[in-house]
Design a protein around this ligand. Structure first.
Ligand code: PMP
Length: 429
C-alpha cells in the first residue's frame, strides 16, 4: 500500500489492531490452490461481508459449549440443563438489549434474521393496524426483504406503497421530506445503510418527520448494526431489524427490536407453543412479550452465539469499528478511482464499507470469477435490490464489502487484481 496511507500504529489510530483481530477468525487463514496443477497457493481475501461475515473463535466456542454443556429446550424443562439453556438464551436477550440501547429486554424478539423480523412486523402489526387505502412509505433503495413483505401486505389489504426516490449519488431525496406524508401514511420502513450504495441514511431526521405525523418507523438495520454504534432510543425508531450472521454471529438468528407499546398491541405472528398462556379448543390467550412472538422452539444455540458476537464486537468497540471502516473505505475508494474505466455506484458523504462498481465493460460475474481465481471473494449480482439495478440501468454490479478484520493490504490485493484483469481482458476493458 502507499506509505502515506499507513497510520503509524493501528492501535492508536483506530483503537484496535485489525491484524491481531484476524487471528481470532480461523477461516481467514484459508488458502486456495490455483493454477493448472494447483501449483500456486493464494490466501483468502474475504470481501463479501455485506452478504455474511466470518465468525471469531469466541462465537464458535459459545455455540460448541452450549451444545456440549447446556443443550435442552428453553422455558419448559424442570431440570438443570433446561435451566442452563434458558439462562443462556435469556442472557443473550439482555446482551442484545444492551447492544441496541433498548429500554428493556422485553423489547427484543429473537427471529431468524432481518427478513423474518420485517415479515413479523408486516404480518402482525399490519394485521392489527392497517386498513384498505392506508399507505406505507418506503424508499427506492430497499433490499427485497424490506419491499416484498409490504407488497404482499399491500395486495392482501389494498394498501398503497409510496417511495422516497434515490438520487444519482446514491442518497435519498429528503429535501422536502414532509411532502411524502399524506393523511393515510401509516408506517415508514427504511434501510439504515444501503447494501448497494453503502449510503447511511439520516434515520433520526426521518423518524422526527414521521413522528410529527404520528407515523411509526421501521429501520432495516441489517447493514448498520454490524458496523456502527446503534442506539434505538436515540434513533427513536419504533422497530429495528438485524441479522446475526452479518455481525459475526451464526446464521438463522436475528432480532426484532420493537417498542413495548407496539408489541403489547400487536396480534401474534406465528401460532404454536411458547407464545400462548391458556389454550382451549376454540381460542387462546397470549404469553407476555416478547414470548408472544416466539412461537415454537427457538434457535437457542444461535441466540447464544449472537450474544457472544455482540460481546465480541463491544469489546473491540463499535465506535472503533466504524472509524476503522471509514478509513478503509476511503482508502479503497481512492485506489479504485485511480483505475481508468472503473465506475462506482454511490458517492454519499455518509457511507459504510460497501462498494458497488463496474470494471469497464466486463460483466460483474466475470469480475467476481476473475477475482475468485486470485483468492478474492466479492459479490456480483443484483444484491437483492432489483429496483435499484433497474433505475441504474444495469443488470448487476460487482460489490466489495468490508469488515473490521479486513486490511489495507487486502484492498491493495483487490486493486492489483483488478489491474491484472484489465490486462487480461485487453480491449474489452
Ligand atoms: N436488508 C438489507 C439491507 C440487507 O443487506 C440484507 C441482507 N443482504 C437483508 C435485509 C436481509 O437479511 P437476511 O437475509 O439476513 O434476513
Amino acid at each position: 500500500m502507499k506509505e502515506t496511507q499507513q497510520p503509524e500504529s493501528w492501535e492508536s489510530a483506530v483503537g484496535f489492531d485489525p491484524h491481531r483481530v484476524r487471528q481470532d477468525f480461523p477461516i481467514l487463514k484459508e488458502t486456495f490452490r490455483r493454477g493448472r496443477q494447483g501449483e500456486r497457493s493464494v490466501p483468502l481475501v474475504y470481501l463479501d461481508n455485506a452478504a455474511t461475515t466470518q465468525k471469531p473463535r469466541p462465537v464458535i466456542q459459545a455455540v460448541v459449549d452450549y451444545y456440549e454443556h447446556a443443550n435442552a429446550n428453553v422455558h419448559r424443562a424442570i431440570h438443570t440443563l433446561g435451566d442452563r439453556a434458558t439462562e443462556l438464551y435469556e442472557a443473550s436477550r439482555r446482551k442484545l438489549a444492551r447492544f441496541l440501547g433498548a429500554a428493556s429486554e422485553r423489547e427484543i424478539v429473537f427471529t431468524r434474521g432481518t427478513t423474518e423480523a420485517i415479515n413479523l412486523v408486516a404480518a402482525a402489526w399490519g394485521r392489527t393496524f392497517l386498513n384498505p387505502g392506508d399507505e406505507i412509505l418506503l424508499t427506492e433503495m430497499e433490499h427485497h426483504s424490506n419491499l416484498i413483505p409490504w407488497q404482499l401486505l399491500a395486495r392482501e389489504k389494498q394498501l398503497t406503497l409510496r417511495f422516497i426516490p434515490f438520487q444519482a449519488d446514491g442518497t435519498l431525496a429528503l429535501e422536502h421530506l414532509d411532502r411524502y406524508f399524506t393523511p393515510r401514511t401509516r408506517l415508514v420502513a427504511v434501510t439504515h445503510m444501503s447494501n448497494v450504495f453503502g449510503t447511511i441514511n439520516p434515520i433520526k431526521a426521518i423518524v422526527a418527520a414521521a413522528h410529527r405525523f404520528d407515523v411509526p418507523v421501521l429501520v432495516d438495520g441489517a447493514q448498520s448494526a454490524p458496523h456502527m454504534p446503534v442506539n434505538v432510543q436515540e434513533l427513536d425508531c419504533d422497530f429495528f431489524a438485524l441479522s446475526g450472521h452479518k455481525m459475526c454471529g451464526p446464521t438463522g438468528i436475528g432480532v426484532l427490536y420493537a417498542r413495548e407499546k407496539w408489541l403489547e398491541a400487536m396480534e401474534p405472528y406465528h401460532g404454536g407453543g411458547e407464545m400462548i398462556r391458556s389454550v382451549w379448543l376454540d381460542r387462546a390467550t397470549w404469553n407476555d412479550i416478547p414470548y408472544k412472538f416466539e412461537a415454537g422452539t427457538p434457535n437457542i444455540a444461535g441466540a447464544v452465539g449472537l450474544g457472544a458476537a455482540v460481546e465480541y464486537l463491544s469489546a473491540i468497540g463499535m465506535e472503533n469499528i466504524a472509524r476503522y471502516e471509514r478509513f478503509l473505505t476511503r482508502y479503497a475508494l481512492e485506489r479504485l478511482r485511480e483505475i481508468p474505466g472503473v465506475r462506482i455506484f454511490g458517492e454519499a458523504p455518509e457511507r459504510g464499507g460497501v462498494l458497488s462498481f463496474y470494471v469497464g465493460q466486463i460483466h460483474p460475474h466475470d469480475v467476481a470469477q476473475f477475482l475468485d481465481a486470485e483468492g478474492i471473494a466479492i459479490r456480483a449480482g443484483h444484491h437483492c435490490a432489483q429496483p435499484i439495478m433497474r433505475k441504474l440501468g444495469v443488470m448487476a454490479t460487482a460489490r466489495a464489502s468490508f469488515y473490521f478484520y479486513n486490511t489495507p493490504e487486502e484492498v491493495d490485493r483487490l486493486i492489483q487484481s483488478i489491474n491484472k484483469m484489465k490486462e487480461f481482458f485487453g480491449n474489452g476493458f
